[in-house]
Design a protein around this ligand. Structure first.
Ligand code: HEC
Length: 121
């Protein structure tokens, strides 16, 4: 009897696969955008990549990276105001010591938008 029942029961492996598929599709609705909508890292100079990675991590938590990348902001003071405002949002995950690096990257990006691929977002 136990043998017959097990042959009719859905494969545990399939059940597990279905569970994972469900989890993945459910998760994608509220996941960060960091890996899908940022810049192409190969177009960012080597020395700017760690700054970019910090930006891609810290600024993708609540909205797409396209939001800051397409905002049309260029001035350093303006970027600093934005970064500070974002940092002060509840659970932003942005530390005060991240500010300088984030502003440096954003100012560089504003001046190098075309070569960094920003116009294609
Ligand atoms: C805690 C959530 C959160 C994080 C993290 C965050 N933002 Fe925001 N951001 C928001 C919200 C909410 C808005 C819309 C309301 C507003 O403009 O204040 C916004 C709007 C913006 C805008 C305005 C876009 C527009 O269309 O005018 C810019 C630019 C921006 N964010 C840049 C950044 C940058 C740069 C970072 C990383 C340093 C960042 N954000 C991280 C929540 C966040």
């Amino acid at each position: 009897m136990p043998i017959e029942r097990s042959s009719r029961a859905p494969s545990p492996r399939l059940a597990l696969a279905a569970l994972f598929a469900g989890l993945l599709s459910g998760a994608s609705a509220c996941q960060t955008f960091a890996r899908t909508d940022g810049l192409d890292i190969s177009r960012i100079p080597q020395e700017k990549r760690s700054e970019y990675n910090l930006f891609a991590d810290r600024c993708s938590r609540c909205h797409s990276l396209a939001r800051p990348l397409n905002a049309g902001i260029t001035r350093e003071e303006e970027w600093r105001n934005y970064v500070r405002r974002m940092r002060r949002q509840p659970s932003s995950g942005i530390a005060p010591e991240d500010e300088d690096t984030l502003v440096r990257f954003l100012v560089w990006y504003s001046a190098n938008r075309a070569t960094a691929g920003g116009g294609e977002l």
